[in-house]
Design a protein around this ligand. Structure first.
Ligand SMILES: NC(=O)c1ccc[n+]([C@@H]2O[C@H](COP(=O)([O-])OP(=O)(O)OC[C@H]3O[C@@H](n4cnc5c(N)ncnc54)[C@H](OP(=O)(O)O)[C@@H]3O)[C@@H](O)[C@H]2O)c1
Length: 338
């Protein structure tokens, strides 16, 4: 079977390759054998390949933070899952044609679009936890985020909107404004540039603005901190700029702003099975109902993993890059929310 692998850290599309390995053995005990239908290429996967992620695996290594699979075989002690079920694997190393997981490490999914299902584990859950765990937001409150057209950003807009929370969104390309406002329900979309802080203040008016959600780092963190009201919290969850988070000591000391970080892997690792089932049941319902939907720019077969990874690293994509590892000639597919 084919898997994506890398044997050294470096430019992601150069170091990744598709290799042929032996087929997996039959699942035993409480194991299930999955055929992976689809997996996305996330920024964390690119960081893993370049050696800049939190975890540096022993090389050569397989990778892939998420994906979705169909159960094709079950071990004798599997109780809740049947052949043909579509499941979300909670483990890593999903850039493969087939994988074995324990029954306790997968979540059964309702019927939904395979591309969206492949993106369920990471970004919707990241948005969900950042919305729920830091500031007790009430209906009518606002939050401020950057990289708002990212997968996480779009999920956050929709989740906030469904709770009556208004989002002020910063993007770096003007053409994204109508998409996020008209199709996603963003309250305001601002394009990075001079005087963003003034524009945020104007949009926020007298509303409560206590939560800043930062995927970028560097000066972008400072901007979010400046825009929040005293006592607010900036949650950094990404390092898209590659720069350390900057924050003005005045904001920390005199305005009581908190800067903290979120990492989904840590949160999932600390969550019990009941909590995971509850969160993913809620998220999969929202995806199945098309409330949460992230555009897909195109799909690739796994043998073209280098091209897929190079594409995922490009500036200004219109959506995610998805790999269909069991379809030899993955078709071009653009998708936007209905
Ligand atoms: N901490 C966690 O647990 C966790 C979980 C999930 C994701 N993340 C992080 O969240 C971020 C977004 O992930 P995603 O999968 O949602 O992304 P994505 O859908 O692949 O989109 C990438 C986004 O990053 C923007 N971007 C890239 N480089 C940038 C820069 N230098 N300055 C500002 N914006 C930049 C892109 O803007 P353009 O469209 O204009 O190119 C786009 O909005 C990544 O940093 C990822 O690592 C963290």
């Amino acid at each position: 079977m084919k898997i994506a692998q890398f044997a050294e850290f470096g430019p992601p599309h150069e170091v990744v390759s598709c290799v042929e390995i032996d087929e997996l053995p039959d699942p035993v005990a409480d194991e299930v054998l999955l055929e992976i239908e689809a997996f996305p290429i996330n920024p964390a996967d690119l960081l893993t390949l370049s050696g800049d992620y939190a975890v540096r695996p022993k090389l050569p290594a397989s990778l892939g933070a998420e994906g979705v699979g169909r159960v094709v075989q079950v071990g004798p002690d599997v109780r809740q899952i049947s052949i043909g079920d579509r499941v979300l694997p909670l483990g890593r190393d999903n850039w493969v044609q087939r994988k074995i997981e324990k029954e306790s490490n997968v979540i059964s999914l309702p019927n939904m679009d395979a591309h969206q299902a492949a993106m369920l584990k990471v970004n919707p859950a990241t948005a969900w936890f950042m919305l729920h765990d830091y500031v007790a937001l009430q209906q009518g409150d606002m939050l401020l985020q950057n990289a708002a057209n990212s997968g996480v950003g779009m999920n956050l807009i929709k989740m906030a909107e469904s709770r009556g929370i208004k989002t002020i969104n910063i993007v770096r390309r003007p053409e994204l404004v109508p998409l996020l406002q008209d199709k996603y329900g963003a309250f305001a979309v601002l394009v990075s540039g001079p005087d963003i802080a003034g524009q945020v203040a104007e949009v926020a008016g007298d509303s409560s603005l206590q939560l800043g959600v930062d995927a970028v780092g560097g000066e972008a963190t400072r901007l979010l901190a400046k825009c929040l009201q005293p006592g607010g919290t900036v949650v950094n969850y990404g390092l898209l700029s590659g720069q350390p988070c900057v924050i003005d000591p005045h904001d920390l000391i005199f305005r009581g702003i908190t800067l903290t970080g979120f990492w989904l892997a840590k949160t999932l690792g600390a969550s019990g099975r009941d909590q995971l089932e509850k969160v993913y049941a809620e998220l999969s319902k929202l995806v199945a109902q098309n409330v949460l939907h992230v555009p897909v720019e195109t799909t690739y077969p796994i043998d073209q993993i280098k091209a897929a990874v190079a594409h995922a690293g490009r500036y200004g994509r219109s959506g995610k890059i998805i790999v269909l590892p069991n379809q030899p000639h993955a078709a071009m597919n653009r998708s936007v929310p209905h």
